[in-house]
Ligand binder design. Structure first.
Ligand code: PLP
Length: 379
């Protein structure tokens, strides 16, 4: 294959080049367990750059969502409102505590939870709303927060895809009472498997420390606030080791530049695909004025007359790996068993069937993107 005919993977993780250097530093320091110097640097970075009260590294966004369910004291029979068009962890973390996920449909523009359905989904059992910022594009948080306040319930933002994106100038994950980030290899800023819990309600900080450290007050012990640490409550091991934090540090240092590079690629797709939207072949992402996004993903919604699987196969046969996304939760086996729908899932179902994600990774060229365009144009 000549260079311009190379196979374009859907994703290739980007390395800044300093990851192994920092891992070696952790190795030489001989500090390998969690909450060492690199974890502290990552916490400080998140707190300063995202402007949040407290950040805690976790083993994944899934773990941060599980911590959220513990912090909200989710108990059997409680209800949690979330979109069906999301990753399984958004629901699973709460189902593990016995909650019933109540699915609402998504907005046709951003593909985020449609806030106008929330009043109909609320019951006296509702404990929390979990908005998901799909593709790093924010939900309309003001009405969600206002409703939560009025009803005395909590909001956990699933900002797995949303690092450094903003809603009306505020970073995603810092608007709800709790927010969660992912550093999974497929996200913008990565460490393999990793995540963070952002605590924006000071009342949750102490329990967050305890639940994350196996249900002990070890964090207070390390700060010299107690002379021994002991079992305080339920908890688990939600913290990553220092090798992971060292890797992540190399990425956080470069986070703004990573997002700048991704934005160039995203913007170029947006520009070249405009004529195909005009001709009715597909719909491009819609970014509301209230959002500044991090270019996590470039998706298109194919017109109804196109068969999505055939389009994906055609792209692949010409060397471009595009992929579909979420199988809706409400109609999956576990969703049927544990959850219920509030209202119709029309937009969720239609989106799930027509959405494709195009390759987007640092190192792609405009030529690679033009190849994807040429294939789509000829559909
Ligand atoms: C990636 C993702 C998760 C899970 O993140 P992990 O770090 O892999 O646990 C959860 N929710 C959404 C919306 C995601 O995109």
């Amino acid at each position: 294959m000549s260079e311009q005919e190379r196979f374009i993977d859907f994703n290739r993780p980007y390395m800044t080049g300093k990851e192994l250097y920092y891992i070696a530093e952790a190795h030489f320091m001989g500090k390998l367990a969690g909450d060492g110097p690199f974890t502290k640097r990552c916490h400080a970075w998140l707190q300063k750059n995202l402007n949040c009260d407290r950040a805690f590294l976790t083993n994944s966004c899934t773990a941060a969502l599980e911590m959220s369910a513990l912090l909200l004291d989710i108990s059997p029979g409680d209800e949690v409102i979330l979109p069906s068009f999301t990753f399984v962890s958004t629901a699973n973390a709460f189902v593990l505590r016995g909650a019933v996920p109540v699915f609402v449909d998504i907005r046709p523009d951003t593909l985020n939870l449609d806030e106008k359905y929330l009043p109909f989904a609320l019951t006296e059992r509702t404990k929390a709303i979990v908005p998901v910022h799909y593709a790093g594009v924010s939900c309309d948080m003001d009405p969600i927060m206002a409703l939560a306040k009025e009803r005395g319930i909590h909001v956990v933002e699933d900002a797995a895809q949303g690092i450094i994106s903003t809603y009306k100038g505020k970073f995603l994950g810092t608007i709800g009472h709790l927010g969660t980030l992912s550093f999974h290899e497929t996200k913008n800023v990565i460490c393999g498997e990793g995540g963070a819990l952002l605590v924006n309600e000071p009342g949750f900080v102490q329990n967050a420390e305890i639940f994350r450290e196996k249900g002990t007050d070890r964090s207070r012990f390390f700060r010299g606030e107690v002379d021994k640490y002991s079992w305080q409550s339920i908890g688990s091991s939600f913290l990553p080791g220092e090798l992971v934090a060292a890797f992540l540090w190399a990425q956080l240092e470069e986070a703004d530049s990573i997002i700048g590079k991704r934005r160039k690629i995203w913007d170029y797709y947006h520009q070249i695909l405009e004529p195909l939207e005009k001709s009715g072949l597909l719909r491009r992402p819609i970014i509301p004025d209230y959002c500044n996004h991090n270019a996590h993903m470039y998706y298109v919604l194919l017109d109804k007359r196109l068969d999505r699987d055939i389009v994906l196969a055609k792209l692949k046969s010409k060397g471009i790996q595009a992929v579909f996304h979420y199988v809706p939760l409400h109609s999956s086996p576990a969703g049927l068993k544990y959850g219920r729908c509030s209202g119709e899932m029309t937009v969720t179902d239609a989106t799930s069937e027509s959405l494709i994600r195009l390759p987007l990774w640092i190192g792609m060229t405009e030529r690679d993107q033009d190849r994807a365009f040429d294939i789509l144009k000829s559909l």
